[in-house]
Ligand binder design. Structure first.
Ligand SMILES: [Zn+2]
Ligand SMILES: [Zn+2]
Length: 389
């Protein structure tokens, strides 16, 4: 089969690779019908993320049709259309039982690569380095899905593949970030970042009853999408002297009740990277990214909530005193997709929320390298590229 593979920094190729087969009795093999890329994939392509190996298949957000199932799979059948969260859960460990799926204890066979850095290991994830399990990714014609009963969610007939695709990652991540804010009527929620995850966080916050949602970015198309689809007001941070002062002015001097950082989302998984070389480049990245997070901490009202969807490795000048003195509650996680996907699919069927506006551009797998180049440059107003293998 064809797959978009990593061959080193800025070197993506469409290779012919063996079609995945069932390895364990609880596996399914899914024929991918749509796959998308997020900022974290860019960091892999750019060579910032260690523990990739030449020939690894990229991609962790996808929807598809079940091609075959192992003999121990009970609730999933060949021919079903399914969406699959990017983090792989086993459904049986204490974390999965607690609905903390990205913390699954059983799906990362390379736990020892994370433990020296994190003290523990996360769940495995498709197409995202060997430290995160070394699973082959979704920019391919077929993908192996372990623990199929826990990870395959049937897509209702009312929804097309594009609507369901974002339930794989961007949507539940953004929704979880808003959920962390315990939004009450009258609340103001500010979201740094109007990419896929940021827009989903804004949209979800609006749906959860926030009176005022404010999206912060610099790309006009993304700010447009925030206003048009996500129910947000916007701040172009290149056009104001101080985002914090602007937010104060928009909230009667109090500051937002909750602040969501969806800028570093693209960096998810980089927690392990600092122990490796390229630390200097990484530091450049993280110093940049820290700016949004620091702004969010300072802008947040006293006693408010800071919800971090952007994942950081190390950060210098992290003003923890701001959190302490203002009594700010911090909530954060990699997405616990399995907890949210059924509700999100219901919302889409009911017409309450449709994430398909994230899909601004479509590509064949063969155009992968060009798609990634455009995505990196955010060319032509791209929010998310969608691959149709
Ligand atoms: Zn992603
Ligand atoms: Zn588990």
């Amino acid at each position: 089969m064809r797959a978009l593979c990593w061959h080193g920094t800025d070197d993506l190729r469409v290779d012919s690779v063996p079609r995945p087969s069932l390895v364990n009795p609880k596996d399914a093999v899914v024929r991918v019908t749509a796959s998308t890329a997020c900022g974290s994939d860019l960091h892999i392509v750019d060579g910032y993320v260690p523990t990739m190996r030449e020939g690894d298949v990229l991609g962790h957000e996808f929807v598809g049709e079940v091609a075959e199932t192992g003999e121990a799979v009970e609730g999933v059948e060949a021919g079903q259309r399914v969406v699959v969260p990017s983090f792989i859960g086993c459904g049986a460990c204490a974390y999965c039982q607690d609905d903390l799926w990205s913390l699954c204890d059983n799906t990362n066979p390379n736990a020892e690569m994370q433990e020296p850095i994190l003290g523990d290991s996360t769940a495995g994830i498709y197409g995202y380095t060997h430290a995160f399990g070394g699973y082959a990714g979704s920019h391919a014609e077929y993908i192996r899905v372990p623990h199929a009963d826990e990870n395959c969610f049937e897509v209702p007939d009312e929804l097309d593949d594009t609507q369901a695709l974002f339930a794989s990652d961007a949507w539940p991540t953004g929704y979880m970030g808003a959920d962390f804010c315990d939004i009450e009527d009258g609340d103001t929620v500010a979201v740094w970042g109007c990419g896929g995850v940021g827009l989903m966080a804004q949209h979800s916050a609006s749906l959860m009853g926030a009176e005022q949602v404010i999206g912060i970015d610099r790309f006009p198309e993304r700010l447009n999408a925030a206003r048009e689809h996500a129910g947000a007001e916007t701040i172009d941070y290149t056009e104001v002297d101080s985002v914090v002062k602007r937010l104060d002015a928009m909230t009667g001097g109090r500051g937002p009740d909750a602040c969501i950082d969806a800028v570093g989302m693209e960096a998810h998984g980089t927690g392990v990277t600092h122990a490796y070389d390229r630390a200097k480049q990484q530091f450049g990245l993280h110093t940049d990214r820290g700016e949004a997070l620091r702004q969010a901490m300072v802008a947040c009202r006293k006693g408010g909530t800071l919800s971090i969807l952007g994942v950081y490795g190390l950060m210098d000048k992290f003003p923890i005193g701001v959190l302490i003195n203002k009594g700010i509650t911090v909530r954060t996680a990699q997405q616990h997709g399995q907890r949210y996907v059924p509700d999100l699919l219901d919302l889409a069927v009911e017409g309450e929320m449709d994430p398909s506006y994230l899909a601004t551009h479509e590509f064949a797998l063969e155009d992968g390298p060009e798609a990634y180049r455009m995505f990196r440059e955010k060319e032509d107003g791209m929010i998310r590229p969608v691959f149709r293998p």
